[in-house]
Design a protein around this ligand. Sequence first.
Ligand code: NAG
Ligand code: NAG
Ligand code: NAG
Ligand code: NAG
Ligand code: NAG
Length: 946
Amino acid sequence: MKLFDCLSSFGLLVTSSFVLHSFGIAAQNASSPWPVHDNGLNDVVEWDHYSFKVNGKRLFVFSGELHYWRIPVPEVWRDLLEKIKAAGFTAYAFYGNWGYHSPNNFMLDFTTGAHDFSPLLEIAKEVGLYVIVRPGPYVNAEANAGGFPLWLTTGAYGKLRNDDPRYTEAWKPYFAKYSEITSKHLVTNGGNAFVYQMENEYGQQWVGDPTHRVPNVPAGNYMQMLQDSARENGIDIPVIHNDPNMWTRSWSKDFSNSTGNVDVAGLDSYPSCWSCNLDECTGTNGEYVAYQTINYYDHFIENSVTQPKFFPEFQGGSYNPWDGPQGGCPNDIGADFANLFYRDLISQQISAISLYMMYGGTNWGAFAAPVTATSYDYSSPISENRIVGNKFYETKNLAMFTRVAHDLTMTDRLGNSTRYSTNPAIKSKILVTDFTLGDERLIYSTAEVLTFSIVDRKPVLVLSVGIGESVEFYLKGAKEGKVAKNRGASDVKFHRESHGLIVNLAQGPGASVIKLDNGVTVVVADKITAYKIWAPNLTNDPFAPVDKSVIVEGPYLVRGVFSSDEGKTLALTGDSAITTAIEVFASRSVRTLTWNGKNLNTSRTEYGSLTAHIQGVSHIIKLPPLDTWKVHDSLSEALPDYDDSGIAWVEADHTTTPNPTKPDTLPVLYVDDYGFHNSLHLFRGYFSGPATGVHISIAGGTAFGWSAWLNNIHIGSFFGNSTFGSETGNLTLSFSNATLHTDTSNILLIVQDNTGHGLREQATNPRGILNATLTGTNTTFKKWEIAGTAGGDNKILDPVRGPLNEGGLVAERLGWHLPGYDASSWNASSPSTGFSGAGIKFYRTTVPLDIPKGLDVSIGFILNAPGPQAIRVQLFVNGYQYARFNPYIGNQIEFPVPPGVLNYSGENTIGWRFGVRVLRGRRWRLIGRSCIVWRVVGVLALIQSI
Ligand SMILES: *[C@@H]1O[C@H](CO)[C@@H](O)[C@H](O)[C@H]1NC(C)=O
Ligand SMILES: *[C@@H]1O[C@H](CO)[C@@H](O)[C@H](O)[C@H]1NC(C)=O
Ligand SMILES: *[C@@H]1O[C@H](CO)[C@@H](O)[C@H](O)[C@H]1NC(C)=O
Ligand SMILES: *[C@@H]1O[C@H](CO)[C@@H](O)[C@H](O)[C@H]1NC(C)=O
Ligand SMILES: CC(=O)N[C@H]1CO[C@H](CO)[C@@H](O)[C@@H]1O
């Protein structure tokens, strides 16, 4: 133990990848060469090279990202924020999505349903989390056009993300409103938002090699205008940035004095693969090496030496592309990843981390960029279906430590060499020396500290060890100790030293309790048992003061605690689907425990803790079968006598386009140029004369598809290609199977199912037909008509679900997917029977749900189809488009749908659109017990009204 002699008061030893990093706490009063900064407006948030300070107190930022627009149910936001708080986090982060708030260039919606994000900021205050707000205007996020509104993608606003006045005028109203709403919730104003991000991953400060520091003037002007706008609209907290990588070196005041720098420059990093398809990473980065940590320390020293080492994004998981596996890739970036990489960050003096994503959610509607499937689960600590598992628990175990280890906010690196250990099996631990526990001191411990709480002025310390591991810890001031509860402890030895007591033991599965004569209680738990140990708050202070928390062991999740009845009752809230023994370390004055408002039969142990049992869920949740369906054809537009003069249709008569990519043939058939943007579009082309076929090339984004009918006869389909970056689908189709009219016009109907706009500079790539050329003739098309989302972008017909929910199929235009639509005259049929040939059908059913009140039940739909699977399916749940099932190109078959979208106590309308690009001569159907199966993914909680 001589190793630690060099440390003055507090020591940390983090080992990772055979390299041991040791840290000592910095001398707090020495004359420091390090400036303490603020943003020049106030000193509520300050920072130096160690960490952020809020109201004068240093904060270890352990944050996680969630996107309210990917979970459009404000009632569920509290659940997610409580889970993040329970994991020991001190903050959370979110992106805005300009496209969600802005259906066209003259409307903004921050009030309807989930468009009003201010409850998130209010809940953060109640729960006790600081907030990192990241409004954009561009966010990336694997979102359609990176979160840009789709009306912005036409090229009419320039290349975007620069100082072009057309683009500037476009973003200003959105950004101003976002700032104005957020300004009511800043730490300078009694709220919890403490930093505000400009743009995202905008590493464009320099022209060429960043080390030459040649400014990219339009980029600098843009960043400066964003800051000026934020300041004018009430943002007086520090502004930050999230640089995409270590090469770009953008926007740090320590790196330059160039225009557009932010207060605190952060970095983003995905050291494992950012995609669940490892090929995508190896294509860019070369060989994929799992579990290889990266040196960030040197970068921060070079780039932002006087600022906290800050990751506004660090890998929480990976998104799942179309060709990624069902369920994502939790094993590539699971609990072990969290264990190693997040500790490694601490070893590199990082004091502010935000995991991207903490909860990924769902790309419902047209939220996804072409690269990603419906799920945005992201293999995150909290799953898309809101279940928490080992990755959550592993992250929690570290975050709980960072919340109580205040010295972590002020450390200096003493070394990072291999000389501290000769044991290559050592991977990642944080071992403390001289660790403060209120008035007591842990001189050292070879077991990791999980957390501690000060109960009746004495510490309850929780240590976490590998199962069966022998550990030693040394407590100052103690003389004697005893094992008060033995659950798996062996070889327990107490050894008195001059300054206190050394305890040795080996801990098997379970949690043992050791009492020391100086009043310190030590709980030693194996890591898996420690997964279920919680330190809920008695205040809504994000710093979570250790004397305002209690220790609870046992349940799946403990959300919060409050004391009532003059301290005699301790009310716990949390989740447990199974009957669970709990043990609570709380003040002696507590006599009774309650769980979700229900009194528990509480006993006190000899060593002073309280024990009880909480009841599991006895209900069996049965979902009604989905076996009674109605069907309606959804392709009347293929009929030659279909009337396309109605309001749904716009004549495509443009001969020029602002889009930088010009079409091969005219008129311009880019849907966005005509105010249509989402998912499915229809094109009706008129021609006469003796053509033998048609060459069509369409741009629709990776994994998009299209089909064509001539005079109501299917003549071909592009089935889709999930290869990253394959934007177009071109086919030359023969008319030999169709009948050409000589007396009247021939109608070519093209149905395009596009997958959204691309990211970054690809956001302005066109969507629609690039080339439509008749073959075997000199004739050209006489006229084209286009239909898309009802109302186009002039009107927002459904403000609650918002501008990204619906596409242009007749089923959507006429509201067949909405609750309340009268489908009584439709024929009975079922998606499991399916239909023959190529077509589009809409199936509809309504089913009641009666989930018992107080139960949090997670429900998902499972879809399946036989054969070569050349179908494209969408699922609408109560009008929300909640699944894109494209088995030809994608692997996702399970689609969770949250409560609030599903009505848990009443009717639910389930709609299906399926077909489009169906092979001829086969019957297509969905399989499963009744074609579409829904199932309970998990019973999460028993919450009774308190
Ligand atoms: C910025 O300007 C100040 C004042 O001229 C100077 O002291 C400082 O070194 C400059 N910083 C950088 C990073 O160039
Ligand atoms: C140790 O730190 C030095 C200086 O920061 C760095 O160059 C070196 O790569 C680090 N070594 C390891 C093994 O992390
Ligand atoms: C499809 O056609 C377009 C327009 O002519 C062309 O730019 C594109 O490269 C073609 N795509 C493929 C995959 O050949
Ligand atoms: C999909 O696109 C990629 C890249 O554009 C191409 O190499 C590949 O051949 C295409 N696959 C199919 C099945 O068309
Ligand atoms: C007293 C208090 O602020 N309690 C909070 C503790 O955390 C829970 C869950 O995160 C909140 O709901 C409580 O309001």
